[in-house]
Ligand binder design. Structure first.
Ligand SMILES: [Zn+2]
Length: 420
């Protein structure tokens, strides 16, 4: 088959690298992390170009100077030119080119794109884009915007959900809402843990295969060991008056309980580490090394370090090298930093056991962008492996076997379609 072009037709690759790239393209993917809308939700949208730009690319547009949401071509044009080369910009361009047949985003092509995006938004899109184009066998779905955990479409997804809500109690109304959705009466920290357990049961009934946490968006990843009495003091505080931030002792105590439950149930925990989505993050909260005490305290829990902890990829690699129950996960990474991803993988393949490197998760809401991200990941993985073959680190056949592990084998083992 013709090797799919990455962004522009690359200079001819040496034959060995070409062969690895072609075989890597053929491999199926098990995506460790997606936020894809259900098909039903997707077809209920009236999407256009700006819908697609609204996920991640909007962050770079705002970082460049846009204020607000990308809504018109005139509004984004001054900024688009500065972000078309970033990973987010690349993903948009690949999606528009391969899914909608438009090579260049400009004033002339915007109306045509809007037309094509609208016309394609009907049943069959996911089959075409996710299965035929991206060759994704299935993906771990975090559909956090749906309140109640529900079983996702098994043709495409398995479920991951967060219990962060229970670790972020700030006011009495949070507690009342937890009582409503779990049916557990909550009078103190002990009940709060029971309510969390109930929520986990509800999620398991919907097919949960992993617990996810994005607490790094709102607090540092260091979780102190706090006894229930201290947690109760924070609980009392919250019930007396709304607090500006979730009190830390209660949050710490509850997160330890999340891990105790994960340990009991044999569930892996996907942890957000490294750079944050949006434009107002506290990067320092997200440093993966802060989790080190938890890895040792909960040896039966596999901690999957999302986004390879970028920019702390070396730190994530060191943790995954040293500690058996830590894995590194390249979800989001090939669009966050395409070069950083290649460098990190190059290093990790010679530091971290290959069965602990998860090579892809699209982390997108829209299927077209997940496809584009997968294209970037395949190209990056193939390039790194081809370099290793050239240096004699492995044979071409071994390189393809490694790619297979990174793209599907490791994620399929950690997040099986059916729990044992
Ligand atoms: Zn995500």
């Amino acid at each position: 088959m013709r090797r799919r072009e990455f962004l522009t037709a690359p200079a001819a690759l040496p034959a060995a690298a070409q062969a690895i790239a072609e075989q890597t393209e053929e491999l199926e993917i098990v995506s460790s992390h997606e936020h894809l809308l259900s098909e039903e939700e997707r077809y209920a949208l009236k999407p256009n170009l700006f819908t697609l730009l609204g996920h991640y690319a909007a962050d770079d547009l705002r970082s460049a100077g846009l204020s607000g949401e990308p809504k018109t071509w005139a509004g984004i044009e001054p900024w688009w030119r500065h972000i078309r080369g970033t990973g987010y910009g690349q993903a948009v361009r690949i999606a528009l080119r391969d899914v909608y047949g438009v090579e260049e985003l400009n004033a002339e092509t915007v109306p045509l794109l809007n037309e094509r995006i609208a016309a394609a938004n009907r049943p069959g899109l996911y089959e075409r884009v996710l299965k035929k184009m991206a060759r994704i066998r299935y993906a771990v779905l975090d559909d956090y915007w749906r309140g109640e955990p529900s079983r996702p479409d098994a043709r495409f997804f398995v479920l991951a959900r967060k219990l962060d809500w229970f670790c972020s109690v700030r006011q009495a109304s949070d507690v009342r809402r937890m009582e409503e959705v779990t049916g557990v009466a909550i009078h103190g920290a002990a009940d709060l843990k029971k309510a969390m357990e109930k929520r986990l049961e509800q999620s398991l009934a919907a097919g949960l295969v992993a617990i996810k946490t994005t607490l790094a968006y709102s607090r540092p990843l260091h979780f102190a060991v706090v006894d229930e009495r201290e947690a109760q003091a924070d609980f009392d505080l919250v019930m007396k008056a709304p607090q500006p931030e979730p009190p830390r002792r209660l949050s710490d105590h509850m997160f330890h309980h999340v891990l105790a439950l994960a340990s009991e149930r044999g569930l892996p925990v996907q942890v957000h580490t490294g750079t944050l989505a949006g434009n107002r993050g506290m990067l320092d909260y997200t440093r993966p090394g802060q989790l080190n005490p938890l890895f040792l305290r909960y040896p039966r829990v596999t901690f999957d370090l999302f986004h390879t902890g970028w920019p702390w990829t070396g730190e994530a690699a060191a943790l995954a090298k040293m500690i058996p129950n830590v894995t590194v996960d390249f979800c989001w990474m090939w669009v966050l930093s395409p070069v950083g991803a290649r460098q990190a993988l190059d290093e990790m393949l010679e530091t971290v056991p290959a069965n602990k490197i998860l090579g892809f998760g699209g982390d997108y809401r829209y299927a077209e962008l997940t496809y584009a991200h997968a294209t970037m990941a395949r190209a990056g993985i193939a390039e790194v492996l081809a370099g290793k073959v050239a240096r004699g680190w492995c044979t071409a056949a071994e390189a393809v076997e490694t790619a297979r592990l990174l793209l599907a084998g490791n994620a399929a083992r950690l997040f099986p379609q059916r729990r044992a």
